[in-house]
Design a binder for this molecule. Structure first.
Ligand code: GLN
Length: 197
């Protein structure tokens, strides 16, 4: 049974914890550095990246999280979680703090105000059929490095899911769609690492 930490400072971490529970994994709410010990994977939830970054900085969590990710901890970010993992953020608030580690440039709130939230059925690499994807004031990936693989694009071609090594990031919210296959795919990444180790 795998232990997956879910950063639980702000946002929809409860939905991630319940998705993990449904899949038979153990979800652990992360609010302190010591709670990173002994986890096999990490989820950064959706919410508001500016607030999440601020709280994480106040708690001294940014560097330990980055250290764990750089050490190879499988990590999955959704929406604000994707922004938290991005090396560079466009339309960030001044002084916005994040974790980084993922070689992408994301744009926050990329869909403007008249299209704040929408759903689209997405084709995601490695998943059979389509996946219902809920976008809420979502970011997009505007640029990415050579080590980054695109997992999904919107019908207008914009990049909304990527993988770089053990890091997976999605601009939408698999934790609220009720379709658990993307969490399942993340747990497969976690399992493949634990088996190697
Ligand atoms: N717009 C939010 C941000 O900048 C992300 C929204 C979300 O996670 N649904 O962090």
């Amino acid at each position: 049974r795998r232990r997956i930490g879910v950063l639980a400072l702000q946002g929809d971490f409860r939905e991630h914890l319940s998705a993990l529970r449904s899949l038979g994994a153990e979800g652990v709410a992360i609010r302190r550095e010591a709670e990173l010990d002994g986890i096999d994977g990490l989820i950064i939830p959706g919410g508001e990246s500016t607030t999440m970054g601020k709280i994480a900085a106040e708690l001294g969590l940014l560097a330990p999280l980055r250290g764990a990710i750089d050490a190879g901890l499988p990590t999955y970010g959704t929406c604000a979680g994707m922004i938290m993992l991005a090396d560079q953020i466009r339309d960030a608030v001044p002084g916005q703090q994040n974790i980084g580690g993922l070689d992408v440039i994301v744009r926050r709130n990329a869909f403007g105000s008249q299209l704040e939230s929408f759903q689209e059925d997405l084709i995601v690499d490695g998943i059979e059929g389509s996946v219902p994807a809920v976008f809420i004031r979502a970011p997009v990936v505007e640029e990415f490095g050579a080590d980054v693989t695109v997992l999904a694009r919107l019908s207008d071609d914009r990049v909304v899911a990527v993988r770089q090594g053990n890091i997976i990031a999605m601009a939408f919210h698999p934790e609220i769609s009720g379709d658990l296959r993307l969490h399942e795919a993340f747990l497969e990444v976690v399992n493949s690492i634990s088996v190697e180790a």
